[in-house]
Design a protein around this ligand. Structure first.
Ligand SMILES: [Zn+2]
Length: 342
């Protein structure tokens, strides 16, 4: 059958009709709201490249959690800005680490929120990498390893030594009341190492949301300002994925599932909708996607120039991520989008 019998426009005539046949719906329950927690009190410092997103002290973060929750958003994911950074990421796994403090406060004040703890070391390492750094050549001393000359390949992000710190961090977060552990470092074997450590510590009921396919992306730029996590030398291409590879993304996800991931994530979202769609077809675990800082910043910047309609583009981008197959969306728009959906 074809035109004139077939007229798809018949179903687009009114908003009620369009709404009846709508295939993809957004609800606040799909959103996870990222928060950047910093030391201090009464601090709400806007991130220059992410208007409307703030570094928040614990008391201010609590206000955000309450507001997000009242808008129907079920979950927040916490990132930390520690007082001090060092070469063993102490701030990540210390009992009084900034995320641990925030998690305790949030869980005691807002009972029904799902607190996700991002697990990575870059925010807590003085060199800003997601793992332990060692000199690749024996001739280099420790000082040279910590501060290699720019452009050299004389350092290595050591995989297995990093796993121990990630596991320690995860147990510490679970102990502080974090509901879901979300490793974002892209080391090999981290999900298995974290699962084993959580089980050993008695947290066998704490689920793992793995950043299973995380690409080395230019879209993370504003986040690095937000989380103060820019690598002091080199880049993250030896652990995060090459943006060209979708088969490798499936392999990464499959490995994490085998190691015990309860939920999987693709990051970033909009430039990787094909990866989200492929993962949805292939894996039956709950699937999340992270609409990252650069995606947010582009929309905000264009809207500020009156080049696009902010709310319309915000909702369209979120629907597209959902349509591609993500059940959960980590997004800085969580509150604003939920307001529009109310
Ligand atoms: Zn990291």
């Amino acid at each position: 059958m074809a035109f004139p019998i077939d007229r798809p426009r018949r179903l687009r005539r009114t908003e009620t009709l369009r709404s009846m046949v709508r295939e993809t719906r957004l609800t606040p329950e799909a959103f996870v709201y990222p928060l950047f927690v910093c030391p201090g009190e009464g601090i709400r410092k806007e991130i220059r490249s992410m208007p409307g997103v703030f570094n928040l002290s614990v008391d201010e973060a609590l206000k955000e959690v309450r507001e997000a929750r009242s808008l129907g958003v079920p979950s927040v994911i916490l990132f930390g800005l520690p007082e001090k950074k060092d070469e063993v990421a102490t701030g990540a796994w210390a009992e009084d680490g900034i995320v641990q403090q925030a998690a305790r406060a949030i869980k005691s004040e807002v009972k029904d929120v799902v607190v996700i703890g991002d697990v990575c070391l870059c925010e807590y390492m003085s060199h800003g990498h997601c793992g332990v750094v060692k000199a690749a050549t024996q001739s280099l001393g420790a000082a040279a390893a910590a501060h290699p000359a720019p452009g050299t390949n004389d350092y290595e992000i050591v995989n297995d030594a990093t796993l121990e710190l990630l596991a320690r961090t995860s147990v510490s977060l679970a102990r502080a009341g974090v509901d879901v552990i979300a490793p974002s470092d892209m080391m090999d074997g981290r999900v298995g190492a974290i699962r084993a450590a959580l089980d050993k510590a008695g947290y066998e009921n704490t689920p793992i949301l793995s950043y299973a396919a995380k690409f080395a992306s230019g879209f993370y730029g504003p986040f690095r300002e937000a989380a103060d996590s820019t690598p002091q030398f080199g880049d993250r291409q030896s652990y995060q994925m090459d943006s060209s590879n979708i088969r490798e993304a499936m392999r990464e996800i499959a490995l994490d599932v085998e190691e015990g991931a309860d939920m999987i994530m693709v990051k970033p979202a909009l430039p990787y909708l094909d990866v989200i769609a492929a993962a949805r077809l292939r894996f039956d675990l709950p699937l999340a996607a992270y609409q990252v800082s650069g995606e947010y910043a582009m929309i905000e910047a264009a809207a500020r120039n009156n080049w696009i309609d902010r709310n319309r583009v915000m909702m369209e981008s979120l629907v597209s991520i959902r349509r591609a197959g993500a059940g959960m969306i980590l997004t800085y728009f969580a509150k604003d989008a939920s307001r529009l959906l109310a």
